[in-house]
Design a protein around this ligand. Sequence first.
Ligand SMILES: Nc1ncnc2c1ncn2[C@@H]1O[C@H](COP(=O)(O)OP(=O)(O)O)[C@@H](O)[C@H]1O
Ligand SMILES: C=C(OP(=O)(O)O)C(=O)O
Ligand SMILES: [K+]
Ligand SMILES: [Mg+2]
Length: 575
Amino acid sequence: MAVVGDLALKFGGIIKKELIFDSKKGAFGVPISSNGVCFSTRKFNKAAETRIKVQAVMQVGLESEKVSRDLGFDVVSEVELREKGFLGLRKTKLVCTVGPACCSLDDLEKLALGGMNVARLNMCHNTRDWHKDVIRKIKKLNEEKGYCVSLMIDTEGSQIHVVDHGAPSSVKAEDGSIWFFTTEKFEGTRPFTVQANYEGFSEGINLGDEIVIDGGMATFEVVEKVGNDLRCKCTDPGLLLPRAKLSFWRDGKLVGKNYELPTLSTKDWSDIEFGISEGVDFIAMSFVNDADAVTHLKNYVSTKSSKSIKVLAKIESLESLHKLEEIVEASDGIMIARGDLGVEIPLEQIPTVQEKITYLCRQLNKPVVVASQLLESMVEYPTPTRAEVADVSEAVRQYADALMLSGESAIGPFGHKALSVLRMASGRMELWSREENRENVMLQHNLGASSADQIAEQICNCAAGMANNLGLDAIFVYTRHGKMASLISRNRPNPPIFAFTDDNSTRMALNLQWGVTPLLVDLSDDMEANISKSIDLIKNKGLIKEGDSVLVVSDIIPTSTTRTAFQSIQVKTIA
Ligand SMILES: Nc1ncnc2c1ncn2[C@@H]1O[C@H](COP(=O)(O)OP(=O)(O)O)[C@@H](O)[C@H]1O
Ligand SMILES: C=C(OP(=O)(O)O)C(=O)O
Ligand SMILES: [K+]
Ligand SMILES: [Mg+2]
C-alpha cells in the first residue's frame, strides 16, 4: 500500500506535498525508504491523488512508530542522509521562533521538514495556553511522526521599555518635538507622552543625557526633570514602536541601568515553572548580567525537574560582555541576542563581539546560537537582501552551532522560505569551509580539571583529526550525557557525528550542537555489542554500505559491575 501522503516529500529543498505512489514499486517506480518517505518526484494525475492519499495517511503512523522503535533516527535526518550522503548532512542547527504565523500543526510540520531543530517560544508574547498548545503540537509531531524538534522557552526578563506612547501601533517623533517620559499609569491616550515600565528609570539621569530608542530608531535629549519624570526634546527623529527599548547615554557612553532590574522577574519564575512542567529542553535566560544568575537557575532547575534541562545565557547587555567568560563557563550554552545587544553597544561593534563570543564558546565547549535580524527583511518580503545572506554565511563561517529566526518565522508570511534560506546558505558555506579546509586549527584550550576529563578531551581531539585525515565517512559516538559528542563537535570535523544515546534529554540537548545527529538507542554495558548492533541497524536501513568507513568513539561511564571506563577510538570498515 502507498505510504507518505501528508508526511510530504522533500526533494531538492522543495517540499512536495501529497505525492502519491505504490509502496511495492515506490513512487511510480522510484524506491522508497522503510519509513515511507520517497526521494524522487513525478507528475501524477489529480484523480489518483485523492484515492491514494487516504491510504497513505493510514500507514504514516505505523511507519513512523517503526522508525522510533528500531533506530532513533529522526525522519528529516534520514531523508537528508539518503539524498545527500554523509558529507551532505547539514552541520549548522536551526532555531525557529514560533508565533502566530506558524503555530498550526501543519505550519509546524512544514518547519520541522524544513530543518527546524529547535522551536523557541518567547514568553514575552501571547498567553500561557497558547504556548502550551504549541508545545503539545511539537511533542505530537515528534512522537507520532518521527521528528526530533527540541523545545526552548525564552524568558521575558527585565528591561526598561515603553508601555504606552499614545498611539495603538507606531508613532513618529518629529525633530525638535517635546515629549514627556513618565511611569505614571494613565487612562486613554495622551499625545507626546511615553509611559515607561520601570519606576526608577530616571534615577541618576541628568539634564543633557540622551534617551536612545531601540538602539537608534530615535533619540531624545533630557531638557527638564519633573519629579521622577523627564521632559525631553527629540534630537534625532524616528519611530517609536510598541514596547520600544530605552537606553540612556552620556558623552557617547551607555549609562547602564538594566542591571538594576532583577534578571528573573516573578513572571519569569512562573514561566520557568511552566516550562519545567511542560518538559521543555532549553531555557534561554534573557538579560543575564553575571554567572550567579545562571548558576542559580541551573541549580533550581536541577532540583525541580526530573529530566535535564539546559540553561542558555543570552548575551544582550553591556554588563554581560564584561563578565563573558564566567557566564559562558556557568551556562550550558549561549545565545548572542543581537537585538538587545545592539541597544546597549554601538552597532558597529556587533560583528566583532559576535565573533569573539562564538570563538570563546567553542573554546569552552558550549553551544552558541546567533540570533536576531538574520533575515529581518523577510518578515515582509519573500527574498532576503544580499547583505542578510552574507550575515548568515558569516555566522556559519565562524562555526556558530546554531542560527535563529525571530519575527521571520513568528509573524512573517515567509517563515518557511526564510528557513530554507538559512538551510541553503549554511549548506553552501559549510561545503566551502570544508573544501578550503579553513580554520581547522583550533588553539587547544584544556578544559578538563580531572585526568579522566583530560583524557576524554584528548581522545575527541584525536578522533576528529583522524576522521579528517583518513577521509572517513562518519563518526559514531556512544554517549550518555552528551559530553563526548560535544567534545568531538567542538573540533568541527568534516564527517557527520552520529551520537548514540539512551537518554532522551541528552538526545534533545544535542539538537543544538554543530554537526551532531543524535540517535536514541538502547545501550547495554557491552560496548562491542552496542557498536555492532547500531552498525547493523544503519546498514539494514541501507544508510551505510559495504566499504564505508566509520570512526567509532565510545565512552560509557563505568557502572558498579563494569569498573573500567570504555574510552576508545576504532576505525571500522563496513563488511
Ligand atoms: N508567541 C508569540 N505571539 C505573538 N507574537 C509573537 C510571539 N512570538 C514572537 N512574536 C512576534 O514576533 C516578533 C519577533 O519575535 P522576537 O524577536 O522573539 O521578540 P521581540 O521582538 O519581542 O524581541 C515579536 O516582536 C512579536 O511581534
Ligand atoms: C534574541 C533576543 O531576545 P528577545 O527576542 O527575547 O528580545 C535579542 O534581543 O536579540
Ligand atoms: K525574551
Ligand atoms: Mg532580547
